[in-house]
Design a protein around this ligand. Structure first.
Ligand code: KG4
Ligand code: ZN
Length: 338
C-alpha cells in the first residue's frame, strides 16, 4: 500500500511517500528561521506557515517519489498531540485529500510515529522498550508489538528537550537549543558544574527535570553578564551529562521492570543527541538487547514516521472515520490486541 503521510504538529511542515519498498520521499519544510527571533515556536505563525506550505510540500514530495496523486492509496496525518492549530492544518488537509480521492485516511499519534520510526531502516525487536524524548515529552513506553503500548514512566514536570531548549536560551544560544548545547558542550568539562539528577535515589521510573532546570539557571546567573566561552561550554557539557545520566539510569531501571525486553529504542528529537546515542548503545550491549541508533532525519519531526506508522495500522486495522478529532494533549492509545 502506497501511503502519503503529513506531519504538522509543531514547526515543521513535512510530507512523505511510503510504499512497500520503504520511504520514497520525506520532505521537511522547516520554519526554524521564522520562529528563531522569538526564541521558540509561535503557534499562530506556525499554523499560518503550514497553511502556505502544505500543498507545495505535498507536490514536491510526490515528485521526489516519482508518484502522482493516482499512486496514493491512503493518507495518514498526525492527529495530535501538538499545537492544535498546527495539527488541524495537516489533519484537515489529509482528510480532504483522502475524501476527494475516495481512499482511506488514518490519524496517527505523534509519539507512536516517533517510536515506530525505529523500524523504518531495521526491523524492531519486540517486546521493546522505547525512551521517548522530545520537546514536549519524556516517557518510557513498553511496546509489546506495533500498536500495543504501556507507559511505565513519564516526566513529572519538564521534558528533556525543553530543559535543553530553555538552558540554551539562558546561555544566549539560538533555538532549537538541543543541537546547540551538544555543539558547545564538545569544548566543555561535564564535571565542571555540579548539577542534580532528578529522582535519582527514588525507586521510580518517572523523570523530573525542574530541579535541574533551576540549578542550571542559578549557575548561569552566577556567571554574571558576558560569561566567558569556556564557562558557557562547561555549563552546556554539565547539563548534557546530567540529562543523559538521568535518561540512562531510568532506562536501566525500566529494564528490570518489564519482562523479556529484546530491543531498546530512542524516539523523538533528543534521540539525535550524540552522547545519548553512545551511552544508549553501551547500555544495550551491557544488557544484551538490540539497539540501532535511529537515522537523524527520523529522530526530529518528519512525515516518514507518520506515513510508516499509519501504513502499519491501515494494513492491520484499517483507517479512521473522517470526523476523527485533532487533539493537543493525550496519552498513546493501543490499537492492537493487548
Ligand atoms: O521530536 P521533536 O523534533 O519535536 C517535538 O515533538 O517536540 O523534538 C524537538 C526537541 C527540541 O527540544 C530539540 O532541542 C531537541 O529535540 N533536540 C536535541 C538535539 N536535536 C534536537 N536535543 C539534544 N541534542 C540534539 N542533538
Ligand atoms: Zn516530535
Amino acid at each position: 500500500m502506497r501511503v502519503l503521510g503529513i506531519e504538522t504538529s509543531c514547526d515543521e511542515t513535512s510530507v512523505a511517500c511510503v510504499g512497500p519498498d520503504g520511504v520514497a520521499s520525506n520532505l521537511i519544510s522547516s520554519q526554524v528561521d521564522l520562529h528563531a527571533k522569538f526564541g521558540g515556536v509561535v503557534p499562530e505563525l506556525a499554523s499560518r506557515a503550514h497553511l502556505t506550505n502544505l500543498l507545495p510540500v505535498i507536490s514536491v514530495a510526490l515528485d521526489e517519489a516519482g508518484w502522482t496523486l493516482d499512486d496514493v492509496e491512503a493518507v495518514a496525518a498526525t492527529s495530535g498531540p501538538g499545537l492544535i492549530g498546527a495539527v488541524l492544518i495537516g489533519l484537515t488537509g489529509a482528510k480532504t485529500l483522502a475524501w476527494s480521492r475516495g481512499i482511506p485516511f488514518v490519524g496517527v499519534h505523534h509519539i507512536e510515529g516517533h517510536i515506530l520510526a525505529n523500524g523504518i531502516d531495521t526491523p524492531m525487536e519486540f517486546p521493546a522498550l522505547a525512551l521517548v524524548v522530545s520537546g514536549g515529552h519524556t516517557e518510557t513506553v513498553a511496546v509489546r508489538a506495533p500498536g500495543a503500548y504501556r507507559r511505565i514512566g513519564a516526566t513529572l514536570d519538564d521534558a528533556a528537550g525543553e530543559t535543553f531548549d530553555k538552558t540554551a536560551k539562558l546561555l544566549g544560544l539560538p533555538y532549537p537549543g538541543g543541537p546547540q548545547i551538544q555543539r558547545v558542550a564538545v569544548h566543555g568539562d561535564p564535571t565542571a558544574v555540579p548539577l542534580p539528577r532528578g529522582l535519582a535515589r527514588r525507586d521510580s521510573l518517572d523523570f523530573s527535570f525542574s530541579g535541574l532546570k533551576t540549578a542550571v539557571r542559578l549557575a548561569i546567573e552566577a556567571l554574571g553578564p558576558d560569561p566567558a566561552p569556556q564557562a558557557i561550554a562547561d555549563i552546556a557539557a554539565s547539563l548534557q551529562e546530567a540529562i543523559v545520566d538521568t535518561l540512562i539510569d531510568k532506562t536501566r531501571r525500566a529494564l528490570r521492570v518489564v519482562d523479556g525486553v529484546r530491543g531498546i529504542y530512542l524516539a523523538g528529537g533528543v534521540a539525535a543527541n550524540g552522547p545519548l546515542r553512545e551511552r544508549f548503545a553501551a547500555l544495550a550491549a551491557e544488557e544484551r538487547v538490540a539497539f540501532t541508533p535511529p537515522r537523524l532525519g527520523y529522530c526530529t519531526d518528519n512525515a516518514a514516521m507518520i506515513a510508516w506508522a499509519g501504513r502499519l495500522r491501515l494494513l492491520q486495522r484499517g483507517g479512521d472515520a473522517f470526523d476523527l478529532p485533532a487533539f493537543a494533549r493525550g496519552g498513546l492509545p493501543s490499537w492492537a490486541d493487548a
